[in-house]
Design a protein around this ligand. Structure first.
Ligand code: NAG
Ligand code: NAG
Length: 128
């Protein structure tokens, strides 16, 4: 399994935020960890609300009041997602996506609602 991280630095000169977009590569039937971390980590677990979406609308994963919520999850991600509960308090909301297939490619957004932050991860799937 090959997982590589790239950082594409967009408009680094104009605005002082460097490296806005993250790209992750995975292979068919492999797994990847999609990164999402907040600059704030002093929130109580019950105040944490994070929403992962794919290609703008598909529900991949919700963390509501610090609890994992998969009831609304799109069927195609069922049993293929994993989160790291012990890291929520540190402001880290990474998810692991397993059994990758071509339709998993595209743009993932991580909306950290409690701190009004928004992260984007581009997933590239390699292999046939
Ligand atoms: C997910 O796993 C559960 C329990 O192992 C199983 O009953 C269910 O059919 C699985 N769902 C999918 C979409 O694979
Ligand atoms: C998401 O978008 C990518 C790139 O356009 C596409 O390859 C992929 O099939 C899409 N997947 C879903 C589930 O919409």
């Amino acid at each position: 399994m090959i997982i590589r991280f790239y950082f594409m630095c967009v408009s680094a000169v104009l605005i002082h935020k460097v490296c806005l977009q993250v790209t992750v590569e995975g292979v068919i039937s492999g797994s990847v960890v999609l990164p999402c971390s907040s600059t704030q980590h002093d929130h109580k677990l019950q105040d944490i609300d994070v929403f992962w979406r794919h290609n703008g609308s598909k529900i991949v994963y919700d963390i509501i009041k610090g609890k994992n919520s998969v009831e609304q999850q799109e069927p195609r991600y069922k049993n293929r997602t994993e989160t790291f509960l012990e890291e929520y308090k540190r402001g880290i909301f990474n998810i692991r996506l397993t059994a990758l297939n071509h339709a998993d490619a595209g743009e993932y957004t991580c909306l950290i609602a409690h701190s009004s932050e928004h992260k984007t991860v581009e997933l590239i799937i390699n292999g046939v």
